[in-house]
Design a protein around this ligand. Sequence first.
Ligand code: COA
Length: 413
Amino acid sequence: MAVPDRSGRAREEKDVRAISTSTSTVSVGIHDISTATGHYALPLETLAAQHGIDPQKFLVGIGQEAMSLPAEDEDPVTLAASAAAPILARHGAENIRTVLFATETGVDQSTAAGVYVHSLLGLPRTARTVELKQACYSGTAALQFAASLVARDPSQQVLVIASDIARYALDSGGEPTQGAGAVAMLVAADPAVLELDPFSGVYTRDIPDFWRPNYLSTALVDGKLSIRAYIDALTGAWRDYREHGGRAFEDLATICYHQPFTKMAVKAHVALAEVAGQPVEKDVAAAQLADTLHYNRLIGNSYTASMYYGLASLLDHREDLAGQAVGLASYGSGSVSEFFSGTVRDGYRSHGRAAETRAGIEAREVIDYARYRELHEREVPVDGGEHELPRVTRAPFRLAGYSGHRRLYERNA
Ligand code: COA
């Protein structure tokens, strides 16, 4: 607080210098990253056959092979808790004082979904928990807010979770780009995986490319507009990144893009390379991004988690990243974009979770079109009655049912 005399002003200036010195020397970033996806998988060849479409449109045209779908007893909360549990098993929970839950498929208009995750995981009561929303972007807002909290007090850790179920109307244009997944990250000082740069570029523009009114359970999208809006916002964020001290394009080993479908990342990379004065052909762009695309190609869009699935894919598939800078290109329709970067830490591979992520993807139960349609047509009951859900998921947490308009969660036996 300011003290209005000469000695007080001197003391205040000294305090400010002390704070800026302490924050600028702290390295902050992702200390651990863990994933979870839905119980079911629908191959896009199945969807193509149903709609009489050449499967190459999905496999090559949009770059997707399959989509994850939640089981009857999974939702964004259970996916989030399942993604975060391995982080707590490895690092404990005693330093976590904040839980930031990013989603655009929140389960309640009032309570943060993170509060249910906090309870399922048995996190300390001495923690703040909040939910963040801005389409697929809010995981990045959560990560940046977390980094600021840790910079202010490096003894604290923040659990950031991005979790979503991407759901469009049956037979709509967005249908092949559905998916489900969660990525949990522990943000800490002296991180083991990725040290975040202190600069980033941001961009906001009011544009109706994708939205979901409160009364709809499926998203609305103007697909072609969303592709243009993504590129416009991303290049705007890139320019802002450069103006705020961001690294040169050629100094980035690769870039992890938000991936509503993997081909979108390639389109974005071609556009960004052009703006950055380093143009690349589509096939070169695809090769440059290949390591970031493996998981998203198989799970589909996971909205807030999508770019972080891209980061997990990169860390799990590229062996020579230690000491190298990577870019992160975040986009959320509506729209907000942020371009930021970080340096991969030495020894990052030994902190990886490639086997767990791969196992989660491979464990999915592949379903046929009739089963997919049946699952899609299910809606959350709104009568406030007692509804027990079938025991399907093998994940560590499940949604047991509904009672009195409340969701009842439990550890899976
Ligand atoms: N073999 C190979 N490629 C094929 C093909 C075939 N037989 N048939 C079509 N394609 C290609 C098209 O050329 C096109 O590629 P291009 O964009 O590089 O030109 C691609 O497949 C998609 O075809 P298109 O006709 O544009 O598909 P669509 O009208 O069904 O729309 C989306 C595709 C992605 C826009 C739509 O699924 C959607 O709206 N998804 C949700 C929104 C979204 O993800 N937005 C992104 C920003 S967040």
